[in-house]
Design a binder for this molecule. Structure first.
Ligand code: HAM
Length: 414
């Protein structure tokens, strides 16, 4: 019969990878606790309109990449392409603004974008991210960036570049946009086809085009960071001086253009030199105005999201805990006793495996080593009848005959 395959751009996670994932997840959860973020979990599907209004109807994400479908009740739904719009929707719906002056929330979960799959780019991918809603000052922007760097540091990521910019706000951006459009109109003939269309719809996106022709044509284009109004300039200065105080290095890069429309002021990306074309591992910025645009109170917001797969690709090998504390090996006469001993040890919190395939002792010990067990406990018939087992230290290569209780305390203490 024909075998069925996973959807292109999706993949399965097996135990070896799951262990690496769990380790990253623990590091992330620990860092979030340290920075006083509370976890939020929002649905993987939302109304399609949320993203049109939140992320922007003209963005590639909404126009080309969103999985949109009609449910049985005729509602237009979308698999979430990102987390921010859903978190803000939840924040407004639960009236969190009435309960506390600001909220600091973090999340971890799958996102969906119909992009062309390649290394580091998937159609179902995972993000962890933070959102701080209700804080206007620049310290929290810098703190969030430091938090991303802290997590990257825990994984010992190297060759990182943090690019920081400000993309202005409703005050200064319209005048800048006009200036940019008139520049782009002058060089329009040199731009690629999609960029020629973007001049009218989303001119800032042209600055982000990877085509060499567009790069050359926009080399002298005006950058918004040079046309900020005073409040936006002050905010950027505030973020920079807080980053300096926190010891976070960055490059000021006025060409940063984020692919989502909600950003105001701070915008940043963290790139890894270890990845190829998909080198952005964290992206984020400030989105003052989004809460109001989604029908809530006029509150500021700032956040970022990181790609789990890209983080792990950039990390290479993440140190893993040993898989098993002990493998309990039995003989035909002692298999029941071995299974019972394993149960007791498991319930005491140890990670224990047994042999299910009636294999020889030699094959069981090979399996124990393959599974990365720290110890093997051999339940030999003669020893067992005298209330003893053989405990083998698979790292040191030594062994001793002890009672099951002594073996348990040795394994527990290691
Ligand atoms: P984003 O830049 O679209 O921002 O995505 C953030 C990160 O998600 C990227 O830096 C990348 O690591 C990862 N990512 C994006 N698309 C893919 C993909 N197709 N495959 C694998 N990884 C991917 C956002 O999503 C915003 N919601 C971030 C934010 C939060 N801004 C404010 N708050």
């Amino acid at each position: 019969m024909e075998t069925l395959k996973a959807v292109p751009g999706t993949y399965d996670i097996f135990p070896e990878d799951a262990r690496t994932w769990d380790r990253l997840r623990r590091i992330v959860a620990h860092a979030m606790r340290a920075y006083a973020y509370g976890r939020v979990e929002t649905p993987h599907m939302e109304s399609a309109e949320l993203f049109a209004r939140g992320v922007g109807a003209d963005t590639d994400i909404v126009q080309k990449e969103m999985y949109v479908f009609e449910d049985r009740g005729g509602r237009r739904l979308a698999l979430r392409p990102e987390g921010t719009a859903g978190v803000v929707r939840a924040y407004i719906e639960a009236r969190l603004d009435k309960q506390r002056p600001y909220s600091k929330l973090w999340y971890w979960g799958p996102m969906f974008r119909a992009e062309r799959p390649q290394k580091g780019r998937y159609r179902q991918f995972w993000q962890f991210g933070v959102e701080a809603i209700g804080i206007a000052g620049p310290t929290v922007d810098a703190e969030q960036i430091a938090l991303a760097m802290f997590i990257a540091g825990k994984l010992q990521l190297q060759n990182l570049v943090l690019r920081l910019s400000s993309i202005g706000d409703g005050n200064c951006r319209p005048a800048y946009r006009e200036r940019l459009v008139s520049y782009l109109q002058r060089v329009q003939a040199k731009l690629c086809d999609p960029c020629r269309r973007r001049v009218g719809s989303n001119p800032m996106r042209v600055l982000d085009c990877k085509e060499a022709a567009c790069r050359a044509a926009t080399a002298d284009a005006p950058l918004v960071i040079d046309y900020l109004c005073d409040p936006c300039r002050e905010h950027l200065d505030g973020v920079r001086s807080a980053l300096d105080r926190f010891g976070v290095d960055y490059v000021l890069d006025g060409r940063i253009v984020r692919g989502l429309d909600y950003y105001r002021r701070t915008a940043f990306e963290l790139e890894s030199g270890k990845l190829g074309a998909q080198n952005s591992i964290v992206g984020g910025g400030r989105y003052d105005g989004l809460v109001a645009a989604l029908g809530g109170p006029d509150l500021p917001g700032v956040g970022w999201a990181a790609g789990v797969e890209r983080f792990l690709l950039a990390a290479g090998s993440v140190a893993q805990d040993p898989t098993l504390d002990a493998f309990v090996a039995g003989f035909p006469e002692t298999r029941g006793a071995a299974a019972e001993l394993a149960q007791r040890w498991r319930h005491s919190g140890l990670r224990v495996e047994i042999d299910y395939l009636d294999r020889s002792l030699k094959a069981q010990l090979k399996e124990a080593a393959r599974q990365g067990a720290r110890f093997a406990v051999v339940v030999g018939p003669d020893e067992w009848s005298q209330g003893q087992v053989t405990l083998r230290d698979l790292h040191a290569g030594s062994q001793e005959t002890v009672t099951p209780d002594e073996a348990h305390s040795r394994v527990s203490q290691t």
